[in-house]
Design a protein around this ligand. Sequence first.
Ligand SMILES: C[S@@+](CC[C@H](N)C(=O)[O-])C[C@H]1O[C@@H](n2cnc3c(N)ncnc32)[C@H](O)[C@@H]1O
Length: 271
Amino acid sequence: MQEAAQYVLGNSGHEVQRLMFQSQIIRPITLRLLREAGLSAGMRTLDLGCGAGDVTMLAADIVGPSGSVVGLDRNADILIAARERATAAGYSNVAFVEEAAADRGERSFDVVIGRYILVHQADPASLIRFAASHVRPGGVVAFHEVQCFGDVPSLPHVPIWHQVWNLVVAGFASGMSHPDAGARLIEHFSSAGLDLPTLFSEIPVGGGPTSPLYAWMTLTLRSLLPRLESDGSIDAAKIDLNTLEDRIRVAVTSARSQIGFAQQYCGWARV
Ligand SMILES: C[S@@+](CC[C@H](N)C(=O)[O-])C[C@H]1O[C@@H](n2cnc3c(N)ncnc32)[C@H](O)[C@@H]1O
């Protein structure tokens, strides 16, 4: 597979926890994509940039024991976590491989899925091409991406929500080549030689005392902090990450605001 830009969110144990947390929130969106793309029992699936294995296991639930899923990631450490989780949960139809191990170009998969991976590539179209080269004729390439630029909604306006998001966007901008890849799926699929993708978009929204969005924002900033600090963009001590989630919760709740997190983009096409 092509060389990707360095993973901006790092490879710490914290990042594994963050991926698992965010996965619970966006799971229904990925599930919708997989269902609309036609994933079904008995299919063989490849999950590109599988991270801690959440999409791999979601796909494995759909394809069932008569199907199989391969999770692929270039980060050997995160694959240890993925393997442990899949084994603990009793999956017998999944396998995890490092990037080079899967670089066989075999066109045997019914569906190749990637979540939150195009934004991290030096050349998103090249990754889509790689995905297509692993799909059997008539199979499907599907991506679920996230908007890593622009603004997020809050009405009534809650300043701290936007201040923290702006730091997150600055962190993304410092280490991501294509933070807008999700909003350019038509362009990237076309550059990869594929048909116009079928698209949909959703935004995680919430508010009130129990919304998971405050934690999601805070965990994301925490993963980006080393990069922001080394850039000299922020001083972690001044942010007080330990109280940030609660401060956001109080501000949003007392304003009776409805907030949104990053827009999600999903697209799929037949090969
Ligand atoms: C944001 S994480 C998403 C993980 C998982 N797809 C999920 O949604 O929970 C991106 C993952 O893609 C991996 N990755 C990025 N570029 C890659 C590439 N070119 N080849 C293999 N893995 C890659 C990173 O190592 C990281 O684990």
